[in-house]
Structure formats: structure tokens, C-alpha cells
Design a binder for this molecule. Sequence first.
Ligand code: DDH
Length: 289
Amino acid sequence: ALHTAQQEKNSEDYQEVYNAIATKMREEKDFDNNNGYGPVLVRLSWHVSGTWDKRDNSGGSFGGTYRFKKEMNDPLSRGLQNGFKFLESIDKQFPWLSHGDLFTLGGVTAIQEMQGPKIPWRSGRVDEPESMVPDNGRLPEPHYGADYVRSYYERFNFTDQEVVALLGAHVLGKAHLKNSGYDGPWDDESNIFSNAFYDNLLKLKWTPEINDAGNKQYDNKEKGYMMLPTDYALFQDPKYLKYVKAYANDQDLFFKDFTKVYTKLIENGIEFPKENKPHLFKTLKEQGK
Ligand code: DDH
């Protein structure tokens, strides 16, 4: 059962948490060469959720197990410790909030504050003990093509359309050579949530290059952008390409479909009590703050 202290909370209480995260993002907006914390918070919300396995319902955002070293030190999550550290003061300020709720609400706040869609968010995750930490190796690797991407996302039952919609998040932030062995941003407005990922993938010229870590990435020299092999796969595969085109042409459609699949992602494997209705948050701007 849910922690009683959290059970009594309502939309206003969660809006208060949202506001604390959003305000701190604003105060620390020069982080990572002015990307701010938005991108790393979105990626954190994905990695805490992306450990889920439909076969035994292990992993996922429910237990907040990312807070344990074994999960945090997964080599594929390098750099996300920055997001965790950012959220530590929020955790202290709202001790009644579970870690799974904190990590996912961090992603929702970041997407909305970066001008993305409204994400209906439900509370109800409960901290689980260290014994529930999933093994490393459940997050995707960037080196491969469309077959790998498609079979990877079968673990979540995501369709081709859902996979393409989800990967639009790669407009945000950048790859850091020291974190992942890849280097560069996907766009120059890398702290604004938009459909630019698809537009860039379709319309720019991409050349395979070996980067300073010896990994193959696709570069556009003129703009200084890059694509991971798994990103470029969405352009190479005709079934994926169809959706890349649809989202490049229609940002509203992208926002609508992203919202659905991202919500699925952060709720995978969780059965919320019926009374836990989704909360919809106002941005700081909408509140005149
Ligand atoms: Fe990602 N991602 N991601 N990603 N991701 C990286 C950065 C960011 C893959 C690999 C990488 C999603 C899916 C995939 C974000 C969000 C999402 C980096 C660079 C690599 C590598 C990290 C670094 O060097 O700091 C792969 C592979 C996949 C895949 O599915 C095949 C998804 C689903 C999301 C999401 O949020 C829905 C974001 C945001 C970043 C930028 C982080 C930052 O610090 O900036």
C-alpha cells in the first residue's frame, strides 16, 4: 500500500513539487553550456523507467531503485548522476514523495518547462528495497541499426510508431564524449522540446564519421549536429521513415503521440489504485511566475 503521508496529497501538493523543480531549473539554467537541467532530467526519467521487462514485470519506475549505486552506476547511464544530484534538494524538501514519483515528475516538469506537451502524471510509486534493483544491461546501446531498435522495444510492446514518437526526445541536450563515447547535439535549440529531431533527420545531409572515441556517428558538419546509429536507423528503415515524415510535418501530431507513449513508458508495469487520477500541471509561465 501507498505510504499514508503521500496518500493524502492532492494536485496542489504535486503542483508545488513541480514548481520547486521548475524554479530550480530556471535558477541553474547555465548548467552544461546553457542546456540547463531539462535534458538530463528527461533522460533520467527514461532510464529509471527503461529497465522494465514485460516478461516478469521487473524493473521500471515503480520502486525508485535508481537511487541505489548498482543501478546508478550502469555504464549506459553515465552523466545521469547530475540529474540525481539536482533532485536531491527536492527530495529533502518533499520527504513524503517516493523516489519513483520524484524521478518521473522531474521528467514531466522538464518537458513542460521546455515548451513541450502537457503530460498527465499519476502518483503512487513506492520505494522498494535494494534487492529489487534490476541487473545492468537493460538500457539500449547506440551502436546498432533498425533491427536492434525494433527488437529492443519489444520488451515494452512498443510499436514502430511509438518508437519513432518516443525518440523525438533526441532533440534535447547532447551526447558527451566522456559519458557515452558520442559527441555533439541533435539541434541548436537543445533545451526546447519540438519536432526538430525529425526535420533534421530528414532534411540535412548526414555523413558517417568515426569520432574521437572510435565510434561511428552521423554528422552534419555545416550545423555541427550529430545522429547516433540508432537515430539514423529511423531514417534508413522504411517502416520507421513513414513516421519520421509524419512528425516532421506535424508538430501537434508529434506532441499528441509522444505524450501517449511517454506516459506508457513511465507507467509500465504499474497498477495505480483507481482513485489515483492523473494530475495536469501548469507551467511557471501559465501561473504568471
Ligand atoms: Fe537517449 N541518448 N537514447 N533517449 N537521450 C543520449 C542522450 C539523451 C539512446 C542513447 C543516448 C531515448 C532513447 C535512446 C535522451 C532521451 C531519450 C545519449 C548521450 C546516448 C548515447 C548521453 C551522453 O553522452 O551524455 C539510445 C541508444 C536510445 C534508444 O532507444 C535506442 C529515449 C526513449 C529518450 C526519452 O527521453 C524518451 C535525452 C533527453 C538525452 C540528452 C541528455 C543530456 O544530458 O543532454
